[in-house]
Design a protein around this ligand. Structure first.
Ligand code: AMP
Ligand code: GLY
Length: 429
C-alpha cells in the first residue's frame, strides 16, 4: 500500500489529492500544509514546504512512498534533487530542469538553442538597454522579470509612458526584487492563448489535455493579472494538425533538449502558447501544473493519476494511454473582493452543503471546530461545471455558484466565453 505526500495548499493541491485518492492502491494521503478540502481526503501536516530537511524528516518518519510537488518554489529550492538523493520517490523536475520556469531567460536561451518557436527577446539589465530594444521592436513590448514573481512579473507596455513606468517598477522600485535584476524584453505576440499539460519521465511524455486560463481580474480580460480567475478544458482551438505541430516543433525538442543538456525533464510540464497566424509560439513554460487549470484538467481524465505518476519512475510509462472524458469542464474562481491587491479574510462561507462535493475545490479557506468554512485567501473556492458542450458546462458552473455566498464574494461572469466565441468562429468558417 502506498502513502503519498502532496506539497502545497491551493485548489490545485485539492484537485491532485482527490485524483490520487481515487486509486485503491493509495492507503493514505498527507498534504502539507493543505486546506480543508485536502483535510477531508487525508491528513494535513504543518510542514514548511520550503525547508527540504523538514520534508525529508517527514518522509522518513511517516513511511512516505511518493511525494508530489504542487507549486514552483520548492522546485527552485531543489526539493526534487534533495529528496531523490536521499533515496525517495518524488515527482517533479530537478532544480536545473525547473529553470524552464524559474528563469525566463534560461527558458528563452534554451528555446533559441533548440529552435523552438518563440517571440524575439533581448536580455536587459538597464533602462538604456530596454529603451534601445524598444526602438528596435516598437510597441507594444513585453517586459518580463527573469526570476519567479508569483505569476505577476510580466508587464505589457503600449507606449513609452507605460514603458517608463514599467522600468521604474522593475529597476527603481524593485517590486520584484532580485527576480528583475535581469529582464527579458520581448516582442509582443498577438493571437489566441492555449495551454498544454503533460507528464514526462525524462525520455518521453504523455499529453494530459489542453486548457485556457483567464488571468485578468475583470471580465473581458481587463484589469491586473491574477493567479487565474477561471479555466476551461479542453481548448476548442486544439485540433489534430495543431497538436501534431506543437509536438513536433515544441514538445519533442524540449524533452530531447533537456536530455541533451544532461538534465532530463521529469514531472508535470505546462506549456503556455500563443497561436499567431495559426502557428504556435511559446509564451512560457511552467515546471508544474497550473492553478486553476489543474482543477479542470484532472477531473476530465479517466486514467489513474497515481499509476501514471508511479510509472514515470519505471519502464512502464510508455504503456499508458491518456483517456479523457467527452465534453468540457469549467471552473470559476470565487475570490475575495480586492484580490489581487488588498482583501479581507474570515468571511463565513454559506451553501457548500447545497452542491455536489465533486463540483468544487477548496483554495483559500479554513474550517472551525463547528465545521463552518471561512475565507482565508484571495482565491477562495473553485466551482466546477461539466457539460457535453462548453455552453452547458459554463451554465452548470454558474448555477452551482448561485448556491454559494460569502461577504465580498467576487468572480468573473464571462469564464469560457472566449471558448464559445472560438467555437462560433470555427462553425462559421
Ligand atoms: P506569463 O506570466 O509568462 O504567463 O505572462 C502572463 C501573460 O502575459 C501571458 O498569459 C500572456 O497573455 C502575456 N504575455 C507574456 N509574454 C508575452 C509575449 N511575448 N507576447 C504577448 N503576450 C505575452
Ligand atoms: N494559472 C496560471 C498558472 O498557474 O501559472
Amino acid at each position: 500500500m502506498s502513502r503519498v505526500l502532496i506539497l502545497g495548499s491551493g485548489g490545485r493541491e485539492h484537485a491532485i489529492s482527490k485524483s490520487i485518492s481515487n486509486d485503491k492502491k493509495v492507503d493514505k494521503i498527507f498534504c502539507a500544509p493543505g486546506n480543508p478540502g485536502t483535510q477531508e481526503i487525508g491528513e494535513n501536516v504543518e510542514l514548511d514546504i520550503n525547508n527540504n530537511i523538514e520534508i525529508l524528516e517527514f518522509i522518513n518518519s511517516n513511511n512516505i512512498s511518493l511525494t508530489i510537488v504542487g507549486p514552483e518554489q520548492p522546485l527552485e529550492n531543489g526539493v526534487v534533487d534533495f529528496i531523490q538523493s536521499n533515496g525517495h520517490k518524488i515527482f517533479g523536475p530537478s532544480r536545473y530542469s525547473a529553470k524552464l520556469e524559474t528563469s525566463k531567460l534560461f527558458a528563452r536561451d534554451f528555446m533559441e538553442k533548440y529552435n523552438i518557436p518563440q517571440p524575439s527577446y533581448f536580455k536587459c539589465s538597464t533602462e538604456e538597454e530596454v529603451v534601445s530594444v524598444s526602438t528596435k521592436l516598437g510597441f507594444p513590448i513585453v517586459l518580463k522579470a527573469d526570476g519567479l514573481a508569483a505569476g505577476k512579473g510580466v508587464i505589457i507596455c503600449n507606449n513609452s509612458l507605460e514603458l517608463d513606468s514599467a522600468m521604474d517598477v522593475m529597476f527603481n522600485k524593485k517590486k520584484f526584487g532580485k527576480a528583475a535584476k535581469f529582464i527579458s524584453v520581448e516582442e509582443c505576440l498577438k493571437g489566441e492563448e492555449i495551454s498544454i499539460f503533460l507528464v514526462s519521465d525524462g525520455k518521453s511524455y504523455k499529453i494530459l489535455n489542453s486548457a485556457q486560463d483567464h488571468k485578468r481580474i475583470f471580465n473581458d480580460d481587463k484589469g491586473p493579472n491574477t493567479g487565474g480567475m477561471g479555466a476551461y478544458c479542453p481548448s476548442p482551438l486544439l485540433n489534430d494538425d495543431l497538436l501534431e505541430e506543437i509536438e513536433r516543433t515544441i514538445i519533442e525538442p524540449t524533452i530531447n533538449g533537456m536530455v541533451n543538456e544532461g538534465s532530463p525533464y521529469t514531472g508535470f510540464l505546462y506549456i503556455g502558447l500563443m497561436l499567431t497566424n495559426g502557428k504556435p509560439y511559446v509564451i512560457e513554460f511552467n515546471a508544474r501544473m497550473g492553478d486553476p487549470e489543474t482543477q479542470v484538467v484532472l477531473p476530465m481524465m479517466n486514467n489513474s493519476l497515481y499509476d501514471l505518476i508511479n510509472s514515470s519512475f519505471d519502464s512502464s510509462f510508455h504503456e499508458h494511454e491518456i483517456l479523457n472524458k467527452e465534453g468540457y469542464c469549467v471552473t470559476v474562481v470565487l475570490s475575495a473582493l480586492g484580490y489581487p491587491d488588498k482583501y479581507e479574510t474570515h468571511m463565513l462561507i454559506k451553501g457548500l452543503d447545497k452542491i455536489d462535493p465533486n463540483m468544487y475545490f477548496h483554495a483559500g479557506t479554513i474550517i472551525d471546530n463547528n465545521k463552518n468554512y471561512y475565507s482565508n485567501g484571495g482565491r477562495v473556492l473553485n466551482i466546477l461545471g461539466f457539460g457535453s458542450t462548453l455552453a452547458k458546462a459554463i451554465k452548470n458552473a454558474y448555477s452551482n455558484i448561485d448556491k454559494i455566498e460569502f461577504k465580498d464574494m467576487y468572480y468573473r461572469t464571462d469564464i469560457g466565453q472566449k471558448g464559445l466565441n472560438y467555437i462560433k468562429e470555427l462553425n462559421d468558417q
